[in-house]
Design a protein around this ligand. Structure first.
Ligand SMILES: *[C@@H]1O[C@H](CO)[C@@H](O)[C@H](O)[C@H]1NC(C)=O
Ligand SMILES: [Ca+2]
Length: 310
């Protein structure tokens, strides 16, 4: 009977100690049974001589082959693998996107004259340039001519203007002159997001447009360099310098993502790199990061989770 009780007490002790900490289980089970012995022994000493030591107890069953530990190890292994993959993903993502600054501007309203994004750093003189961005819109009115970007200098409020005219013509103007309209008729605009790269070159005497990485057309033109120090605005058309003379029928509604300007003509393969792999040549002149812009009206910005590609 005593042995059974003893076993029972030990079992409770084992259960408690083991539940608390499986690592110290075995060690503490020994100390549990010792203290049980001492207590019962000292109780008997006061009344009579101690009885003979009982027979050695049965050897305990072999402990469980460490299943909880193994589970824990497996969990840790999984966690390490997960973190390793995450680090790997992050570094490839960074390699891919470090040179394309990720920023999107949302112009939530139709036909108003307050919502725009204004560039606040110095705009340099640009004898030639490539202007690129992703654009998406839900503008329903066929009567509007939304300006994607407008750059004004004193005397030339359309020193550089990119807008989408009626009939879905992509219009590029410099020095207050419309250089060329490029039809977007075969693209899904405005029902699907498109990527455009408009370019002009005074030394080469050319203007042109890429849509989704494909050359839409070029035209030979005579023009001057786009002069520096003016006012650059996205989402409205300036008819006066300093973000003045907006017209509600020329407001852009939708999203403009990763707008950038390079001070040269990008090659077709560089443009394809932007569109397909989010690789942006590093020698850009203008980038619309938050430290360089003002958001006006109801314009919101967001940082896309992934760099957009086709
Ligand atoms: C602009 O982007 C936001 C966020 O991704 C999206 O919810 C919204 O539909 C986009 N707007 C347009 C016009 O595509
Ligand atoms: Ca204008």
């Amino acid at each position: 009977m005593r042995i059974i009780l003893h076993f029972f007490a030990s079992a409770v002790c084992i259960a408690i100690v083991c539940a608390q900490d499986s690592f110290t289980c075995v060690r503490n089970v020994n100390s549990c049974s010792q203290s049980e012995d001492q207590r019962t022994t000292s109780g008997q000493v006061q009344r009579a001589l101690p009885g003979k030591q009982g027979p050695v107890g049965m050897k305990g069953e072999k402990g469980d082959p460490g299943t909880p530990d193994q589970e824990q190890i497996n969990r840790l292994k999984d966690r390490v693998a997960f973190l390793e993959k995450e680090i790997q993903d992050k570094s490839t993502a960074n390699q891919r996107t470090t040179d394309c600054p990720l920023i999107a501007f949302k112009f939530p309203r139709y036909q108003q004259i307050t919502d725009h994004v204004r560039y606040r750093s110095y705009f340099p003189e640009l004898p030639q340039a490539t202007i690129c961005a992703w654009i998406e819109s839900t503008e329903p009115a066929a009567s509007v001519v939304p300006a994607i970007m407008s750059y004004a200098v004193p005397g030339h409020t359309n020193e550089l203007l990119i807008e989408i005219g009626r009939g879905r013509n992509f219009r590029i103007s410099t020095n207050d002159r419309l250089l060329r309209k490029f039809a977007l008729s075969s693209s899904k605009w405005p029902y699907e997001k498109i990527h455009f790269c408009a370019f002009y070159s005074q030394p080469a005497g050319v203007v042109g447009l890429f849509v989704n990485g494909v050359l839409r057309g070029t035209q030979l033109v005579t023009q001057s360099a786009v002069s520096g120090g003016g006012d650059l605005v996205f989402g409205q058309d300036q008819d006066a310098v300093n973000a003045g003379g907006f017209n509600p029928t020329q407001a852009f509604s939708g999203n403009i993502t990763n707008p950038m300007i390079w001070p040269r003509l990008l090659t077709a393969s560089e443009i394809s790199g932007i569109v397909r792999h989010c690789v942006c040549p590093k020698d850009y002149a203008i980038v619309m990061t938050l430290d360089r812009v003002e958001l006006h009206g109801n314009v919101e910005y967001f940082i896309p989770d992934v760099c957009p590609t086709l």
